[in-house]
Design a binder for this molecule. Structure first.
Ligand SMILES: *Cc1c(COP(=O)(O)O)cnc(C)c1O
Length: 365
């Protein structure tokens, strides 16, 4: 029971619709639904349920996230994108069909010396230029051969990660792709691979969907945001799965020359009507959202006026008609894209979606 109306409405139908769009785009490829970080803030079990029919497997960052999903009864394979932190996780992986990424020597050693109840499926990560996780080109073949020769290991999927996929014309994309294909060609001809993420799936420059046995790892598309500027035509538009809403709790007139909020960063240039809205940075609304960041009130856009507080924001509603205390304000959602708000806060949609805090109830619609 919550008295405060501030909430994140999560639209199940939008999640499954977007997953279906991703499925269509993926062509012959397999689809991995990325549901780490509590399903990008939407509630991991809500997301898992909504997309389970449209994806071949799930991916999360680490084992605790996978256990939550398995305990809720989902049977899909679950990839652990950071792999294991210690060998104590390996029997759990084998038992639950969690498929760890192997990206460094300690992880490899732990697998090769473990005694597992059944062989593990693993994902061998190649560093093709992101320089965050993975084996350099020169070591990949030896790691692959050691994994394949081990009784502890069942299948090995080769993977890598683009550093600039959202920028379709970035020269590193083709360089990474070529390096990945070169390394894969050295190992075996019929290899499962995984390189594309959401950005590559909607990019008109990179197409991985014709590769047999390719696994596309898609996150942000499922939540309704398109990460590239000039995507290829989609079979159907994506729908924002989260609508972040808060009520107007006060309205006041300020005179020209008066300022609003902490630090007085916004000053009225004319007699103005200011709405105070019950959401702030303690709810995950970005404190760095600048003056002018849009919000939606009764189908009209209005600009943020004044610094974001812990529990409240202030909005210039002078030009709106029919604004009242209690009216819903949409901070982002189907009528105002989270990507647009992110631009005004000098960040990305992923950051905003995963920053909504626990005190904001997720209301599934
Ligand atoms: C989070 C993550 C993804 C998902 O990326 P999207 O841009 O949301 O599709 C894919 N691969 C890895 C390794 C990730 O960490």
């Amino acid at each position: 029971m919550h008295f405060r109306p501030t909430r994140a409405e999560i639209n199940r139908d939008a999640l499954s619709h977007n997953a279906k769009v991703a499925r269509q785009l993926a062509g012959k490829s397999h689809l991995l639904g990325v549901i780490k970080a509590d399903g990008y803030g939407h509630g991991v079990l809500t997301v898992a349920e909504a997309i389970s029919a449209h994806v071949d497997a799930f991916a999360v960052a680490f084992i605790d996230e996978a256990i939550t999903i398995r305990n809720a009864g989902f049977q899909h394979p679950i990839v652990l994108l950071e792999g294991c932190f210690s060998e104590a996780e390996l029997p759990v992986c084998a038992h639950y069909n969690f498929q760890p990424v192997v990206h460094q020597q300690q992880q490899l050693d732990a697998i090769l010396t473990a005694r597992m109840v059944r062989p593990l499926s693993v994902w061998l990560k190649v560093d093709t230029g992101m320089h965050r996780l993975g084996w350099p080109k020169g070591q990949v073949q030896s790691v692959y051969n050691q994994l394949k020769a081990s009784a502890q290991v069942g299948s090995v999927t080769m993977m890598s990660h683009f550093a600039n996929a959202e920028n379709q014309t970035h020269p590193l994309n083709n360089h990474q792709l070529a390096l990945f294909e070169e390394v894969c060609a050295q190992t075996e001809s019929k290899l499962d691979t995984s390189l594309a993420t959401s950005a590559a799936l909607v990019s008109s420059a990179i197409d991985m969907t014709q590769n047999n046995g390719h696994w596309i790892r898609t996150g942000i598309l499922i939540y309704g945001d398109n990460p590239v500027g000039n995507p290829k035509p989609l079979p159907e538009p994506l729908i924002a799965a989260m609508r972040l809403v808060a009520p107007i709790i006060a309205l006041r007139e300020v005179k020209a020359g008066e300022s609003v909020g902490y630090g007085g960063t916004w000053t009225a240039g004319r007699p103005s009507l200011i709405a105070t809205v019950a959401i702030g940075y303690a709810d995950g609304y970005p404190r760095h959202a600048r003056n002018g960041t849009p919000v939606m009130i009764n189908d009209q856009e209005a600009p943020l006026a004044g610094t974001v507080s812990m529990d409240m924001i202030t909005v210039d509603v002078t030009d709106l008609n029919a604004v009242a205390i209690g009216d819903d304000v949409e901070l982002w959602g189907p009528n105002l894209s989270v990507a647009r708000v992110a631009e005004h806060a000098e960040t990305i949609s992923y950051d905003l979606l995963t920053s909504i805090t626990a005190r904001v109830p997720r209301v599934t619609t």
